[in-house]
Design a binder for this molecule. Structure first.
Ligand SMILES: [Zn+2]
Length: 483
């Protein structure tokens, strides 16, 4: 008798194999699905169908799988089996040999239909490697040869399902229930809360957006992260979904979790950036400090030609006068060289040649139209320069004064109003009434490239968020500190 608290008696395992038109889930398609359902040591059902991939099967794949274009011509397309499949796979453990492959194909097919799909995944390659580390190879052919599994029709879905299923049952009998269950639990990555945290920590965490902080021994800040669901994101750290060396080290050191709720994603993103920069957590990848932020300014020289100049002082209220924000002088010069080349602009006027009298070097080679020696019409050259730089021009702040960006979390009812001016986050309030008391005049903010980019993207709607923006009366300029 198998005790009921075992996975192998309580869960339904769906042994699944797919045939496809190729190896890439993002553009290759499924041509066959085979699934065997197993629960409490009984096969409880099978499902098998050819699928019309809505694309050509190459002759190489035809020969490999034996599934031809003619065979799938009248088969249902994935959309036609999606509902049945979803119902059959609901609540099962998804078992496949090299499961990442099959799982990503199923996910991609559902994604094409605008549907999410997820299931706990068990990979029988990993199971074999875990239980039989003494063997070097764990692919299907190796298992069939090693265990004398029924020689089935390889590379057809149900054939591979049978082989995988036989291996599973062989291993369970061979290793014994306890050892086998332990392997399943390990591989299924049932979220295991790090040993130094309370076992029910996850249920304490809110499901709303916000920022979480992981602390280690002696209250050292290990990591700052953000999510639209704090609970879900923290759980994924523990589930080993991203089982990187870094995650493992964080888990081992973790002693305490702290969080700050926000009403929305923009608030969470800005807070995360601020905390990563301000608190320097041990395990966050440092974004290279923007200590030497460089931009380009265009100004007419004595002859009226636009000349480029690198600047380190950026006045946020005239962002439209600057072109590009670069983390180093080298990056700025690389951009200048690109623009010069693409638009046939004068290297000397772009500051790419050492100061000296006379025309630029390119001019002497006949490759500059002559803005450096009056050879090109000034209006014409300036127009060409402006066109060349246009794409780099920083976003001019489109409102009269500061704005309040409203974020609201339906579930918690929380409202955050982010006060933003010239793309800088000044402060956050929670009621519209408080907006009247806000004065950006003299507020101290540090210009930060990452936040600037984030806010431009959010407010210009480039990431599709619909934000409510309240315009506030202009009340002076903040004190902007350059990094
Ligand atoms: Zn020139």
């Amino acid at each position: 008798m198998v005790p009921k608290n075992h996975l192998t008696s309580s869960e339904i395992f769906a042994f699944l194999d797919l045939e496809t038109t190729g190896g890439n889930a993002s553009y290759d398609r499924i041509t066959e699905v085979g699934i065997r359902f197993w629960q409490d040591v009984e096969i409880i059902g099978e499902y098998q169908t050819l699928v019309n991939p809505e694309t050509r099967i190459s002759s190489f794949i035809e020969r490999l799988t034996g599934i031809t274009n003619a065979m799938v011509a009248d088969a249902p397309v994935f959309a036609g089996i999606a509902d049945v499949l979803r119902e059959k796979l609901d609540g099962v453990i998804f078992v496949a040999h090299n499961a990442r492959f099959d799982y990503s194909f199923i996910k991609s097919e559902f994604r094409r239909l605008g549907q999410a799909f997820s299931a706990p995944v068990l990979c029988t390659v990993k199971l074999s490697r875990y239980l039989y580390p003494e063997f070097p190879r764990h692919n299907m052919d190796a298992l069939i040869a090693r265990y004398g599994l029924a020689q089935v029709r390889r590379h057809r879905a149900m054939g591979d399902v049978s082989a995988m299923f036989e291996f599973f049952r062989y291993a369970m009998a061979d290793k014994g229930q306890e050892r086998f269950e332990e392997a399943l639990r390990f591989l299924l990555k049932r979220p295991s809360v790090p040993s130094h945290l309370p076992a029910d920590i996850l249920s304490d965490l809110p499901r709303c957006p916000g920022v979480y902080r992981f602390y280690g021994e002696k209250d050292v800040l290990l990591y700052v992260g953000k999510s639209t669901s704090i609970q879900q994101r923290v759980a994924s750290h523990f589930s080993g979904d991203h089982n990187t060396n870094k995650d493992v080290r964080i888990s081992e050191s973790l002693r305490r979790v702290e969080w700050t709720e926000t009403a929305g994603e923009l608030g969470a993103l800005l807070l995360e950036l601020k905390q990563i920069k301000g608190l320097s957590p041990l395990f966050n990848r440092r974004s290279r400090a923007a200590k030497t932020l460089v931009s380009i300014e265009l100004a007419a020289n004595r002859s009226g030609y636009l000349q480029a100049r690198l600047v380190r002082e950026i006045e946020p209220h005239r962002l439209g006068d600057y072109y590009g924000l670069f983390r180093s002088k080298k990056d700025a010069e690389r951009a200048l060289r690109g623009i010069a080349q693409k638009n046939d602009l004068c290297n000397k006027l772009l500051g790419l040649e050492p100061e000296r009298e006379g025309p630029c070097f390119q001019r002497t080679l006949g490759r500059c139209n002559g803005a450096c020696d009056g050879g090109e019409d000034v209006v014409r050259y300036n127009l060409r320069a402006q066109i060349g730089f246009h794409g780099l021009r920083l976003k001019t702040w489109p409102w009269q004064g500061p704005v309040g960006v409203v974020e609201r979390d339906q579930a918690t009812g929380r409202t955050d109003i982010l006060v933003i001016y010239n793309w800088l986050h000044i402060t956050t309030v929670h009621h519209e009434d408080e907006l009247h008391e806000i004065s950006v005049h003299g507020a101290r903010v540090t210009f930060d490239l990452d936040s600037y980019k984030l806010v431009v993207k959010a407010l210009m709607g480039q990431d599709g968020r619909q934000l409510t923006v309240i315009e506030l009366p202009g009340t002076g300029e903040p004190d902007v500190l350059m990094p």
